[in-house]
Design a protein around this ligand. Sequence first.
Ligand code: SRM
Ligand code: SF4
Length: 513
Amino acid sequence: MVQATEINQPVSLNKFEKFKAEKDGLAVKDQLDHFAQIGWEAMDKTDLEHRLKWLGIFYRPVTPGKFMLRMRTPNGILTSEQLKVLGQIIQRYGDDGNADITTRQNLQLRGIRLEDIPDIFRRLKAVSMTSMQSGMDNVRNITGSPMAGLDGNELIDTRDLVQKVQDMITNHGEGNYQFTNLPRKFNIAIEGGRDNSVHAEINDIAFVPAYKDGQLGFNVLVGGFFSAKRCEAAIELDVWVPPNDDVVELCRAILTVYRNHGPRANRQKSRLMWLIDEWGIEEFRAKVAAEFGRPLATAAEKDEIDWEKRDHIGVFAQKQPGLNYVGLHIPVGRLYAEDMIDLARLAEVYGGGEIRLTVEQNVIIPNIPDENLNPFFAEPLLQKFSINPPSLERSLVSCTGAQFCNFALVETKNRALALSRELDKVLDIPQPVRIHWTGCPNSCGQPQVADIGLMGTKVRKNGKTVEGVDLYLGGKVGKDAQLGTCVQKGIACEDLLPVLQQLLIDNFGAKLK
Ligand code: SRM
Ligand code: SF4
């Protein structure tokens, strides 16, 4: 365990730092059988509401007694066996059970009963899955190129690197006290292609492909984050690393510097960028280099992100002759047990038994031979999860919202879907328009990377408080990515349809049908 003396603590601790100092979140791992026996109502409140998140178990005040389990899905890749097990886990919860694909290429299961957790963890371990350290002041799911190893134009296959970084941070899924007391949450992304499929710029550490002296490796960006008070794109660390264990070691060095020196007094000012602000990027780089223990190469002059972002929906030839990957559109990322079990079956019957997730909350089934494509397309599940969805629905992303999240100011997923379906019915839209919904200023649905971003808020209308949104425009992804900004505040959700319709006509070339 990390000694408190190694961590630069403020004199007066905030509530979160206090309970972390009293007992590390990971310690609840040894108490799961006990919790399952006594039931959630009898648990210590801090263990229930906070420490369980160190194991990926989220108490949901909106659905008390029905927990959310946030998995880790490195690089968004699952075997059909793993997806089947996840489907079977939520199957027993009937209508309460579902799973959402998240904006970090990951899955969150719902309806989970605490008494089932010990058994669930045994079943996850049997298929090499973990939910370890996926919430609170830990490193989130590590994202990588969704077509790693499939795309003929790929520069670096990110799969192994992502897995190794996760294994380092979580001690191969067993839990690692070295990194369970960060000042705040932390995001890492490793891009291996030319189109910035991981949204590198919104991560605390991002690796982007770059040639240095003719050798392919990564330039490193640091400090990107969204929070209710501040959103920043990541900046250059002026470091280049080869695509090998140096990636893992650099993550270790940055996390160690952040853990020991990151600001902890105010939770609204604790993300990595606040430390970089305090020190300046040169001093931060020097501290990281000292922790790394070897000289770090300076950044390559330019990175290789020079493509528009692809959405991976549809059918694409792989670099392996005769094989294809097929991207299925999953409306707002919502899956049910039978969907997961059926997706696993499709991956086994038609592909190579693998399923991938994207940060757009969709699914890719790789390794489908040419001759399997037609029978695959005839499968009933493709009526629900289309390879050719309507224009706006295709690019729609939404956070959890009020159905399960107690931070939410509005309902998101159902409303987002209903609205985009209405608009798709009346408009012809000549270009993809990416609409992202997020239920509150925490920005889990990343409205700042969208063409049109909608952030939940409360609005006064006719003397009443109603659900509304702030409107963001100008987010750009892929090459030359940039964050969108708020252009209009406080539109009541009930007035949103005509506002969006006009916006699509005026700014995105949409025409009434
Ligand atoms: Fe998030 C907190 C859901 C991606 C910024 N986020 C939460 C909590 C845990 C709040 C809570 O306890 O209820 C939400 C769980 C609701 C639920 O029941 O599902 C939640 N965040 C999500 C997910 C599921 C949204 C989705 O529908 O896809 C995403 C899970 C990703 C994963 O697999 O781990 C999710 N959250 C993000 C992202 C996007 C990203 O990483 O690209 C962001 C902005 C980027 C960033 O973090 O810099 C994000 N979530 C936050 C924040 C604001 C962080 C901050 O520094 O202030 C919070 C609140 C907090 O940490 O205090 C938060
Ligand atoms: Fe919940 Fe807000 Fe995140 Fe949506 S943006 S999941 S409402 S915390």
